[in-house]
Design a protein. Structure first.
Length: 455
């Protein structure tokens, strides 16, 4: 039997076992320089979070800019946040706010691609990546998985799991470096992760096939001097580990958490996704992206004037009504994660990044039919949060002008954020991988670690 026929037959005889090939592809580009003890949680806010309603309020600006909300003091002198982020105000010593990130792509697709890849996209619209998303580079550089746990995992709402929905594509790195995606609402009682268990009627068959393969070990060693068949067995074992490992299943099982911990995060999508992220990095996953769109708890529908994600146009919602509904869920989930990372001694190993693709227009817009306020897309200024990772926190980095329109001090790009992240992970951003034409492409074309964060 040729190796091609053997692979075609399937080592385990299970239709779902394409995972060995995935694991094999991931392993071909391991970076020995990567510090495999570090990890990143990226909380992605698609649509564009309103920086002037959250982290960069302008109470002295004209009314058509400043909006309805007011800033409140935090537990760090000189740092203020929105009045609708009271839990943020209690733990500002555990995170940093960056107020001067900016770029030039105002379409959702272009903004996603620009921000998540560190490169200007070929087209300003559309979500299919020309270049790999940063998580794919992390996956490429880290071969191992902890006891079968994938090294790049994403959590999304049901129906949003396609890799191009949020420009999570791997481009020339290949599908092996796209995330293992967990779709659904983790706050629901029946929430579960597909493909992490084997039906009872197949469990014995898997064991039988593993036993059968062991009986062929001697023959294969004789016939396959190159060792390629043994390598195939290794990846096959990892695939089986993923669906049989109690440790892997436990990492995804939120019922293992005490009730009071789950409630601290919030019994809603935002909260339970953030809790799941902490469990996954604690179990050994290198890069976890949790997409925070619909904030509503199970069984609860949107109130009037509230929209699905962070895209707070006047045509979509009343921006202040939407924020008053959305921000309490966000406030609880994000601060619970930040405080939990510290309380569990993960604050040097795990870096938390909270951002979307851009901010919102400084000047309010209005829906003509009912004078409903909103804000449009605005990549020229935005705010994001960084915590953990051994970073210097309890500070604000950069500033915008008096109307929140453009960086005033310390202008930065998304590339500087990713350079900071790679610094934390121990990955050299000048490492190259060939693109589709064979040209060596660096992980990051430019950008420097943000010195105020890394020291």
């Amino acid at each position: 039997m040729t190796r091609r026929h053997f692979l075609g037959a399937g080592a385990f005889g299970l239709g779902a076992m394409a995972l060995p090939d995935l694991l094999k592809l991931q392993a071909t580009a391991a970076s020995p320089s990567a510090d495999e003890e570090t990890a990143v949680i990226l909380l992605w806010l698609p649509g564009g979070a309103p920086h002037m309603e959250m982290y960069d309020l302008k109470p002295d600006a004209p009314a058509e800019y400043r909006g309805e909300f007011r800033p409140i003091k935090t537990n760090v002198a000189g740092i203020e946040v929105s009045e609708h982020l009271p839990l943020h105000a209690k733990c500002a010593d555990k995170y940093a706010i960056v107020r001067s990130i900016h770029h030039t792509f105002s379409d959702h697709g272009g903004g996603h691609k620009r921000f998540l890849t560190g490169r200007d996209p070929m087209s300003p619209v559309g979500f299919v990546n020309d270049y790999p998303m940063v998580g794919s580079f992390v996956s490429k550089c880290r071969e191992r998985g902890h006891a079968g746990l994938p090294n790049y995992i994403a959590g999304v709402d049901g129906g949003r799991q396609q890799v191009d929905t949020f420009s999570f594509g791997a481009a020339y790195l290949g599908q092996a470096t796209t995330p293992f995606t967990v779709a659904g609402d983790p706050a629901e009682a029946k929430f579960g992760v597909r493909n992490l268990s084997i039906p009872a009627e197949l469990a014995d068959k898997v064991q039988e096939r593993q036993t059968l393969l062991k009986r062929f070990d001697t023959v294969r060693r004789d016939l396959d001097a190159s060792g390629s068949m043994n390598a195939m067995d290794s990846f096959g074992r990892k695939a089986v580990e993923l669906v049989t490992s109690a440790r892997t299943r436990d990492a995804f099982d939120l019922s293992k958490e005490p009730r009071h911990v789950r409630e601290r995060y919030g019994m809603h999508r935002y909260g339970q996704r953030c809790l799941l992220a902490r469990r996954l990095v604690e179990a050994g996953c290198s890069f976890v992206t949790m997409v925070l769109e619909n904030p509503s708890p199970p069984g609860e529908s949107f109130p009037k004037d509230v929209t699905y994600n962070w895209d707070s146009h006047a045509v979509n919602c009343h921006i202040f009504t939407d924020a008053k509904y959305r921000l309490p869920f966000y406030d609880r989930a994000v601060t619970a994660l930040i405080e939990d990372v510290h309380a569990r001694g993960l604050d040097r190993r795990v870096m938390v990044i909270v951002t979307g693709e851009f901010g919102r227009t400084p000047k309010l817009e209005y829906q003509s039919s009912d004078n409903r306020p909103g804000r449009d897309h605005w990549p020229q200024s935005m705010s994001l949060v960084v915590a953990g990772g051994g970073m210097k926190v309890g500070q604000v980095i950069g500033s915008t002008d008096s109307r929140g329109a453009r960086p005033k001090e310390r202008p930065l790009s998304p590339n500087d954020l990713w350079a900071t992240m790679y610094h934390h992970l121990g990955i050299d951003p000048e490492t190259t991988f060939p693109d589709h034409s064979g040209r060596p492409m660096p992980i990051l074309p430019y950008g420097e670690p943000i010195k105020e964060l890394v020291g």
